[in-house]
Design a protein around this ligand. Structure first.
Ligand SMILES: [Zn+2]
Length: 432
């Protein structure tokens, strides 16, 4: 990798997170070594590989992944940069197009993503500092992604939900105080006096050329190389979303600034839709939904008992039919319901053949529901064995069975009446 011309080793985005573009020199440009092609699965289209180049620049405003903060996105002379990392002191940009070595390129950061990261990351410093001070709960790790930001706290004692409420309250108080956020760079090669409010430790002498500290005036100092806002006022607000248990530690999921506002907007939009649907105020939503859930449980019970009653009545009526072969189509039935009808019918007349069908409830109402469906053929075993296969083939039946019962799906229920002569013939043949 080429040497970096940056005297301090810090990129422009680390010196000043508000610089959105700069001109930098291309120190090297190499194609990304091709990953072995993935074997396409049967029927799967072969993926076209996106050409990517590793472009090393003298400096950058696109933050390289590190310290828990994901890489920024951006462009080099208009070509997309999807990732930046720092390798052996060099800022390596994964770029969609090659760049000429020695040329000057315009580097632009995707500011929306960057500012969101600045808000979430500085919010993390604030919540970690407050949790440490109020609850003796040091931060052991943190995560930031497009949807998700959290800190994992390792409290010395218990950390209750009301304590986290207090942390949120205090963090917002710090935001209202609009505390200044500064970057301090210490010489990493010499012993430094411990700054006031230091959270965590300074790295051992000699391990870093420079130690970059982020200071929230009057609240916190922490070694960090990420991008931050210059005043807590720019965080606008911090909202804890939930608390999770993380193997004995406490994970606090939160949202800051733009994310908190956008969450609030989507919550309100959803709430307004629910208000319209339920025709009641938001304060009554919970009560109304609880009642609906209870009502639904009651309805399901009632439908079940009425269905059983209906199946019994229908089955008895079919059993009383003078004919030895009974064909019946039941609207809105499933297989258990057809089975209940058949059981009730067989109790009245076990010697008859019953061919029951119902439309497929999964087929939308505007389609021909009476074509696709389910069937059940029951009766004396020898009769079902004799005529079953040819009977169900008439309705395009798939499925099987034994012991006087066949059941399954059918694709041509329109022909169900044509099953009658086949079953009657078997009945006559075996009754002789
Ligand atoms: Zn930081």
């Amino acid at each position: 990798m080429a040497e970096v011309n940056s005297e301090s080793g810090l990129a422009m985005c680390q010196k000043d997170a508000y610089v959105r573009s700069l001109s930098a020199t291309v120190l090297s440009c190499e194609p990304v070594p091709e990953a072995p092609p993935k074997k396409a699965k049967k029927g799967e289209k072969k993926e076209t590989p996106i050409p990517k180049w590793m472009v090393v620049l003298s400096d950058t405003v696109i933050y390289p992944e590190g310290g828990g903060q994901p890489s920024d996105f951006g462009t080099l002379n208009g070509a997309q940069v999807s990732h930046v990392e720092k390798k052996n002191g060099a800022f390596v940009h994964m770029c969609a197009a090659p760049q000429e070595v020695g040329s000057e390129v315009e580097v632009i950061v995707d500011w929306n993503r960057r500012f969101d990261h600045m808000q979430q990351h500085t919010g993390q410093h604030a919540i970690s500092a407050v949790a440490d001070r109020l609850c003796n709960a040091p931060t052991v790790s943190w995560e930031l992604s497009t949807e998700y930001v959290n800190v994992e706290l390792a409290p010395e004692g218990e950390l209750t939900a009301s304590m986290i409420d207090e942390v949120e309250k205090q963090a917002n108080e710090e935001i209202r105080l609009a505390r200044a956020v500064n970057s301090l760079v210490l010489d990493g090669m010499v012993e430094n006096a411990e700054p006031a409010f230091l959270r965590g430790k300074l790295p051992p002498v000699g391990t870093h050329k420079e130690v970059r500290l982020v200071q929230i005036e009057g609240l916190d100092v922490n070694a960090c190389g990420g991008t931050h806002v210059k005043s807590l006022a720019e965080l606008q607000m911090l909202k804890v979303l939930r608390i999770e248990n993380a193997k004995g530690n406490t994970r606090v999921v939160f949202a800051v600034g733009g994310r908190a506002l956008s969450l609030l907007s989507s919550c309100l939009a959803r709430q307004n839709q629910i208000t319209k649907l339920l025709s009641c105020n938001a304060e009554e939503h919970l009560e109304r939904i609880e009642k609906m859930v209870d009502d639904k449980k009651d309805s399901v019970k009632r439908i079940k008992s009425l269905s059983e009653e209906l199946a019994l009545i229908r089955g008895k009526a079919l059993g009383e039919s003078p004919s030895g072969v009974v064909i019946h189509h039941q609207t809105g039935a499933d297989l258990p319901f057809l089975q209940s009808i058949a059981t009730a019918a067989q109790e009245v007349n076990p010697n008859a053949l019953y061919f029951l069908t119902a439309e497929n409830p999964d087929v939308p109402a505007d389609k021909k529901r009476d074509v696709e469906g389910i069937f059940l053929l029951v009766g004396p075993a020898n009769l079902v064995d004799e005529a079953g296969k040819s009977a169900i083939s008439i309705v395009g039946g798939r499925g099987g069975g034994r012991g006087g019962k066949m059941q399954g799906k059918a694709t041509n229920l329109e022909k169900r009446e044509d099953v009658l002569p086949i079953l009657e013939e078997a009945m006559q043949k075996l009754s002789v």
